[in-house]
Design a protein around this ligand. Structure first.
Ligand code: GAL
Length: 363
């Protein structure tokens, strides 16, 4: 099943601009980084797996390919946990010495971590910024240090990226995930209008609104309905910061306030949706009968709920595909490729997940 999924992930990679999945760019063939790392920074990850001396099993010796610093905005995020584990596995499998650090949702802390990696002389950086608005500063820092860098998950502006030719962003088109969420509702028997009053009344549980994923999922999920001619009514919109417990609390409060008026619960991600489901069940409501619930990410917990009929659907946010693409782009940069304005974003497709295809996504 994993292989089938991997094939699906790789097949779904969609590239914008001239950047052919990071195979393009202006290859100066300047070769990879040349330094040998230095002191490891203290991290909250397990020790690197012991590496074979010779790579006799085809696995290169750890560190033989170079040293990579990976900055994650916070470890305590369900989707980014899957993503960072995939990154670490791919990089270590290729013989890189990898250090993954937890930004604890604190941009000042992450800035220090980036500086520490630079002082240590890493060959390349992969950075999931804490704040999108910090991208310009991060880009300035890595440019000054001349470190090839792949930004992930939080998309900076094209203008910010254009400042540094050894920089690529790997992510997804957040609008697409929102559209897919709306389509999941349009695909239901009554197009979301359970009580037949001619409009779809919903609550929106939003991620961190500083993040473009949160903004665009919020906008495009509803737009899919209105574009299809469906009237909508927003009962409430509350930020839940991607967090399961907040998702539960928000949904419980909204159910107490709006009761049966709520026909659809849109959650910007699955962790909040799984929290919302607990509130829905506690309120005695039944998903797909008297309320609809959708998320994004295709976390294992959400896939189980989709299969059990407790979530209407979710949208695969392809952590494995994005991790593979980020490493591919990093290697292109290490091999001397550079990218101009308009060539620096690489998008991996989202995929709609419903009870009909959910088993394809389960391990
Ligand atoms: C989104 C993902 C969320 C959260 C967020 C962090 O793409 O759907 O669950 O991980 O990234 O920036």
């Amino acid at each position: 099943m994993k292989k089938k999924l991997l094939a699906l992930f790789l097949a779904s990679i969609m590239v914008l601009g001239l950047l052919a999945g990071c195979g393009g760019g202006n290859d100066k063939n300047s070769g990879g980084g040349s330094n040998d790392g230095g002191q490891q920074q203290e991290v909250n990850t397990p020790d690197p797996a012991p590496a074979p001396e010779t790579g006799g099993d085809n696995t290169p010796a750890a560190g033989s390919a170079g040293t990579i610093g990976v900055c994650i905005y916070k470890f305590d995020d369900a989707f980014m946990t899957t993503y960072r584990n995939a990154l670490q596995e791919i990089l270590e499998g290729k013989g890189y010495q990898v250090t993954v650090v937890d930004g604890n949702n604190d941009q000042a802390k992450q800035n220090e971590q980036i500086n520490t990696f630079i002082t240590q002389g890493v060959d390349a950086l992969i950075i999931n910024p804490v704040m999108t608005s910090a991208a310009a500063t991060i880009i300035d820092t890595v440019k000054t240090a001349d470190i090839p860098t792949v930004l992930i998950n939080r998309e900076p502006t094209a203008e910010d990226m254009a400042a540094y030719e050894k920089l690529v962003y790997v992510g997804c088109d957040a609008a697409q995930s929102g559209t897919f969420q709306g389509e999941l509702i349009l695909d239901t028997a009554n197009k979301g209008d359970i009580n037949g009053d001619g409009k779809v009344s919903y609550i929106m549980i939003q991620g961190d609104p500083e993040n473009i994923d949160a903004k665009l999922r919020t906008e495009y999920s509803v737009k899919a309905l209105t574009d299809a001619g469906v009237e909508v009514e927003e009962l409430n919109l509350t930020r839940g910061d991607w967090d399961r417990e907040k998702g539960q609390t928000i949904c419980a409060n909204d159910l107490a306030q709006f009761g049966e008026k709520i026909e659809v619960v849109f959650c910007n991600n699955d962790d909040m949706a799984v929290g919302a489901l607990q509130a829905i069940q506690s309120a005695g409501r039944k998903v797909n009968e008297d309320i609809y619930l959708v998320g994004v990410d295709a976390l294992d917990a959400a896939l189980n709920e989709v299969q059990a009929g407790n979530m209407t659907g979710t949208v695969l946010n392809d952590a494995n595909g994005q991790a593979a693409q980020a490493v591919k782009c990093m290697e292109a940069l290490l091999n001397g490729s550079t990218y101009g304005a308009g060539e620096q974003s690489v998008y991996v497709d989202y995929v709609k997940v419903t009870p009909d295809n959910v088993s394809d996504f389960m391990k």
